[in-house]
Design a protein around this ligand. Structure first.
Ligand SMILES: Nc1ncnc2c1ncn2[C@@H]1O[C@H](COP(=O)(O)OP(=O)(O)O)[C@@H](O)[C@H]1O
Ligand SMILES: [Mg+2]
Length: 264
């Protein structure tokens, strides 16, 4: 079992801003705080090599969950075990085993060409030269990185940048990769390249994947199983086929729509 999540919760405490100058003063003297239950008592397990779609509307708690799984955030309650480690406790050991892609945020060096970031990752993760070359060759084949590998990252299109970010996350051959909206804002061609890549890596390297996206075609083309979350709670966990049957729809998109518009 590569990922075990038990009764996991995350509550954020935020300061509420009050209106106007009087309000600003009040906020200073007697700040009002508000609790946001981003993730509320969720449990699931993911086996080695599984590709799981993690879907839900904006604000559902997906990124918060991914951040806890990758050790960026610590939980308010509950238990997480990833590859035998507790992410937020064993951070250094943990990051060797995982890869993370945040569609909204790049891990690439903005002023350098992608090859420089890749070289840096090779050193950080102590990737053997043969593994490094082999992986880059494979990634190039599917993601077509050669055509822009000498340009500064800041000059790249969103699709090019995202393809490079994905390659960077898989370079050290992590056994688990978290993909948080890696296709956001991309055109169909770029999306298709990313889907192909994810599918191929999952097949060839048996990488365990947790994939967040708003595009149900992304999910249908890459994942066997989905976990559906809303308002911090899991609404469904199972195969896409059973999900469609449960919602009495032939079309996956329609089934998802039905679920979130209160059709059930
Ligand atoms: N750092 C934070 N501080 C306060 N609230 C947060 C923070 N991060 C997320 N939230 C809140 O937690 C909820 C879940 O957010 P998130 O996990 O980003 O949702 P999703 O990724 O599914 O769109 C939202 O209500 C969001 O506003
Ligand atoms: Mg998110």
């Amino acid at each position: 079992m590569s990922i075990i999540v038990e009764n996991l919760s995350k509550t954020f405490k935020i300061k509420e801003k009050q209106k106007g100058i009087g309000g600003a003063l009040k906020s200073l003297v007697a700040p009002k705080t508000k609790l946001i239950k981003a993730v509320e008592d969720i449990s699931f397990t993911i086996d080695d090599g599984q590709a799981v779609g993690f879907i839900g509307p904006n604000g559902a708690g997906k990124s918060t969950t991914v951040k806890m799984l990758s050790g960026i955030l610590y939980p308010s309650a509950g238990r997480i075990n990833v590859n035998g480690l507790v992410p937020y406790k064993n951070r250094i050991e943990h990051v060797k085993n995982i890869g993370v892609v945040f569609g909204q945020k790049s891990q690439l060096w903005w002023d350098l060409p992608i090859t420089d970031t890749f070289d840096l990752l090779k050193k950080i993760y102590k990737i053997p030269s043969d593994v490094y070359s082999r992986n880059l060759e494979l990634f190039n084949e599917i993601l077509g990185l050669h055509e822009f590998e000498t340009q500064q990252v800041r000059q790249l299109s969103l699709g090019q940048r995202m393809r490079a970010d994905i390659a960077a996350a898989f370079l050290h051959e992590p056994s688990i990769v978290f993909l948080d909206e890696p296709t956001i804002g991309l055109d169909v061609v770029a999306k298709e390249k990313i889907r192909l890549f994810i599918k191929e890596i999952n097949r060839v390297k048996k990488t365990t994947l947790l994939f967040t996206t708003h595009d149900m075609t992304d999910i249908e083309k890459t994942c066997q199983r989905i976990i559906v979350i809303d308002k911090g709670k899991i609404l469904y966990d199972g195969t896409i086929d059973s999900f469609k049957t449960k919602l009495n729809k032939d079309d996956f998109n329609e089934a998802v729509y039905e679920m979130f518009t209160g059709g059930i």
